[in-house]
Design a binder for this molecule. Structure first.
Ligand SMILES: Cc1ncc(COP(=O)(O)O)c(C=O)c1O
Length: 382
């Protein structure tokens, strides 16, 4: 991308997140345009809460999925779904007060707390009951269905949850919430999951004569970090979802990673190139305290090399050629690895590594203060 090359050329020692806001806006519009009328596209703020990203998406997406008061501050008013298994009292109050927030109920205890708070305030709590499905729905990276987790209420207890919720006049059951996986790469699996969620919701609606209007599928649309040229097939998903009869329910999608990952780049300079016990290492300015995802998932983050010809020293430039290289960061731990042995044509000290797909679960999930190194710059292409 020209803007990135230009940034690298004009910066002496690059270490930056670069966000392509133009590309991001187009991505969000394209995603929305392919979806059928019954779908509402929300952005899951946790994927990247950068204010410029939120500004770009506002006006394109139908709403935001938030998981804290901090995320509510960042999005401002407008349709929001508030999820998370540990909601604090002040957050519940605030969500009730703002009225444009629909709350996920994640447990019986949370339902009871909400019931009391809403009654006390004389307001109606609009809720989605969060379901942990009986069956595992994918072989995706992280699973939140069919396995014990801290999220939601297991499917077999949902009837009891509905019955209890119906006892509160101040609680309105708007529908069900099913977020169940992270980084699923297979559109057909996602469609099968959507069909299950719709069938279950319609059954509960009928069994309890509910006045529901929302079925929330959550997010989990994946990014193929291992084979970026084989991405999640969004178009196939969008076509398939059009065939589902939701009997008038809105189908909410809370996309995070799939929306922003490809529009963020982490760019950093190679400080050293060396060999150790038969392996080649390139050590960069920055590391997993800026981009923790590859360490968390024990993977090689996708990257390419931008060569720079300037070399300030009077001695030979260290380099590797046509071999596998490990790319490590500046921290004092052997776990500070961004790339765990990938082929490069050539990589020299002073070259720049561009980590692609770094726009989601990247900067904000990283342990920035470890070793007190400087933070990267944040640059926006508009
Ligand atoms: C409730 C909920 N919705 C949506 C998302 C976004 O998921 P993703 O970024 O995988 O699309 C998450 C992520 O953890 C979530 O917890």
């Amino acid at each position: 991308m020209d803007a990135i090359k230009e940034y690298i050329q004009r910066t002496g020692s690059p270490c930056a997140y670069v966000y392509d806001l133009k590309g991001l806006g187009k991505r969000a519009k394209d995603m929305k345009e392919t979806l059928p009328e019954q779908c509402r596209l929300y952005y899951a703020v946790k994927a990247n809460p950068d204010v410029r990203i939120l500004e770009t998406l506002k006006g394109i997406v139908d709403g935001f999925e938030v998981a804290s008061a901090g995320e509510m501050d960042r999005t401002g008013r407008g349709p929001r779904i508030f999820g998370g298994p540990a909601k604090k009292e002040e957050e519940l109050y605030r969500a009730l007060w703002e009225q444009d927030v629909t709350l996920n109920v994640e447990s019986f205890h949370e339902l009871r707390r909400l019931g009391v708070l809403a009654e006390e305030r004389q307001v109606t709590a609009r809720v989605l009951l969060r379901v942990n499905l009986e069956e595992n729905v994918s072989d995706s990276h992280l699973k939140m269905a069919g396995v014990p987790t801290q999220f939601g209420v297991e499917e077999r207890r949902i009837p009891a949850l509905i019955e209890e919720a119906l006892e509160y006049e101040c609680i309105e059951i708007c529908g069900f919430h099913f977020h169940a996986m992270s980084n699923n790469l297979d559109a057909r699996t996602h469609l099968a999951f959507a069909e299950t969620a719709v069938n279950k919701s319609l059954q509960w609606k009928e069994d309890y004569q509910l006045d529901t209007s929302i079925i929330d599928l959550g997010g989990g649309f994946g990014i193929n970090y291992w084979h970026p040229d084989e991405p999640f097939d969004w178009d196939e998903f969008a076509r398939g979802i059009s065939d589902l009869d939701t009997e008038g329910h809105e189908l909410i999608l809370e996309a995070g990673r799939y929306m922003t990952a490809e529009y963020g780049y982490y760019i950093t300079e190679v400080l050293d190139v060396k060999e150790n016990h038969g392996r080649h290492f390139a050590v960069v300015r920055g590391g997993t305290h800026h981009l923790r995802l590859p360490a968390a998932w024990k993977m090689s983050h996708p990257f390419h090399v931008e060569h720079r010809e300037t070399w300030p020293y009077p001695f030979e430039r260290p380099e590797v050629k046509e071999t596998e290289v490990v790319i490590a960061g500046e921290l004092c731990t052997p776990n500070d690895l961004l790339v765990r042995g990938e082929y490069v044509e050539r990589l020299r000290a002073g070259d720049v590594v561009v980590f692609t797909h770094a726009g989601a679960y990247a900067w904000t999930i990283s342990h920035h203060e470890f070793l007190s190194h400087p933070h990267p710059e944040h640059v926006y292409i508009t």
